[in-house]
Design a protein around this ligand. Structure first.
Ligand code: UDX
Length: 470
């Protein structure tokens, strides 16, 4: 009786949100490319959205990626437990915490039965129970933190009461943390403010820190050159390993293997081909943030009168908020899509600036593409990210909420042609080079990914007399 040599097999489990799926799937591709089998999982409904938005045909053996393979297999649990009636965030969170662990343990067991036992688990925030499941089954687990290291450090200090934060009685104090510039209350992640209305999100975020010590390592979607002091100083408590920026690998910039939950309109890339270099204003607020109807009207007014070409992502459920007649007025000069292939859009030579809500994925994507920003943060880490984009990385200007046409006009002109525009472009180019180097072969983050791959392969080799039994 002969045995097949064991295959290094990493299961990556994502919280079912676009801002979580993208960085984990991109890490999955980078690890797979170095000769590892990856199984990517998330909730069943989100998984099916990913598959139906891409051209990928799921196959049990997976898709070849570099010298490895990437396969999809989803949990039995749905994110929305209410059969289509859209459950509240609290209900979905509760359902995921209740059903997720047992279903995840089943999925891991199934891998052994299929002859590909799991060598390592990687999870991202909001599914902290994955660390418990893996540990209980004797499988090492790593966490991928999907926001900045500075934001990790802020939450960590708050959770462990290691610094003073604004309180109801003392709401105006600034927060001073090692390795991070002093932050006003408006600049710390808003979920930590006493006035924050999203208490269940704060709870979910802080939950990560309860069992993070059980994780064998904590990866962060950042790079050593971007946040050197924040990474160094938090190492006193948690050794964060930068593996970012987790953007689409360059040789796959128009890859079909993406994590979109809404099908992207690829025709906007052809439209961008027809525009002048660095002329287009790209507008996108990620997967959650929306403009109000009044803000949409202010946006539409400025985009109509400004005369510059633009590409605006208006997600399908917001399309009815577009001002009447707007699309006809801007026909030929502007394009509105429900979802764009954002990574490719930002890397297109005709994009001149990015009006962004400053979600961390968008931040890293724009830095890697060298595109200046108009920073329009709303809540959570976005407000901290905006501070870094404008004050520290110096790649753009701020726009205050709610959007107002004159302020929007001033921001567009400042970043495209104003006195500061040249300096902003130079900073953007500098970050683009640093970001690309970090993930290029032998760059700082690439070396960290290689070390992880080596460890995974060594575990399998060391275990060659028997698979990890679960
Ligand atoms: C969420 C939070 O809001 C954010 O603050 C946190 O940092 C991550 O989780 P989201 O708001 O969706 O994420 O923003 P972001 O982090 O920017 O992620 C959105 C992702 O969707 C990006 O990777 C972006 O490239 C992609 N995207 C967005 C598209 O591919 N097409 C689009 O049209 C819009």
């Amino acid at each position: 009786m002969g045995f097949e040599p064991p295959v290094p097999h990493v299961v990556m489990i994502s919280f079912p949100g676009q801002g979580h799926v993208n960085p984990l799937l991109r890490l999955a591709k980078r690890v797979a490319a170095k000769g590892v089998l990856i199984t990517f999982t998330t909730t069943s409904d989100t998984g099916h959205q990913i598959i139906s938005s891409s051209d990928v045909v799921p196959d049990d053996d997976g898709i070849p990626v570099g010298s490895g393979r990437l396969r999809f297999e989803f949990l039995d649990t749905n994110w929305d437990p209410s059969n289509g009636q859209k459950a509240s965030l609290d209900d979905s969170m509760h359902h995921l915490e209740t059903s997720g662990p047992a279903d995840f343990a089943d999925l891991i067991r199934k891998q052994s039965h299929a002859g590909r036992p799991v060598t390592y688990v990687v999870n991202n925030p909001f599914v902290p129970w994955a660390v418990d499941v893996a540990t209980d089954m004797g499988i090492p687990c790593a966490v991928l933190w999907v926001q900045s290291c500075s934001v990790f450090s802020t939450y960590y200090h708050y959770h462990h009461s290691l610094a003073e934060f604004p309180t109801e009685t003392n709401p105006d104090i600034s927060v001073s943390l090692p390795g991070i510039p002093s932050m006003t209350p408006e600049e710390i992640p808003s979920f930590l403010l006493p006035s924050n209305p999203y208490k269940s999100l704060t709870k979910a975020i802080l939950e990560q820190f309860h069992n993070i010590d059980k994780a064998s390592k904590v990866f962060v979607n950042s790079f050593a050159e971007l946040e050197p002091e924040a990474i160094d100083t938090i190492a006193k408590y948690v050794h964060l390993i930068p593996v970012g920026p987790l953007v689409e690998p360059e040789d796959e910039s128009r890859s079909t293997l993406r994590g979109d939950l809404i099908k992207a309109s690829d025709d906007c890339l052809e439209w961008l081909d027809t525009q002048a270099p660095k002329s287009v204003i790209y507008i996108s607020l990620g997967s959650i943030v929306t403009f109000t109807k009044e803000e949409m009207a202010e946006m539409a007014h400025e985009l109509t009168t400004n005369g510059r070409p633009f590409l605006w992502v208006v997600r399908p459920h917001c399309r009815e908020l577009l001002s009447q007649g707007f699309l006809e007025e801007v026909k030929g000069r502007g394009m509105v899509v429900g979802w764009s292939p954002q990574d490719s859009v930002l890397n297109h030579g005709s994009v001149g600036c990015f009006l962004t809500h400053c979600g961390w994925n968008s931040v890293l994507e724009t830095l890697t593409a060298g595109v200046p920003v108009i920073a329009y943060p709303q809540w959570g880490d976005q407000v901290t990210d905006a501070k870094f984009l404008v004050d520290i990385y110096k790649v753009g200007v701020r726009l205050k909420a709610p959007v107002e046409r004159n302020a929007l006009h001033a921001a567009i002109e400042a970043v495209m042609d104003g006195q500061e525009a040249e300096a902003i472009k130079e900073h953007a180019t500098k970050w683009k080079e640093a970001a690309k180097m970090a993930v290029a072969k032998d760059g700082s983050s690439d070396r960290n990914i290689q070390l992880f791959v080596d460890e995974v392969k060594k575990r399998v080799a060391g275990d060659s007399n028997g698979y990890i039994q679960v």
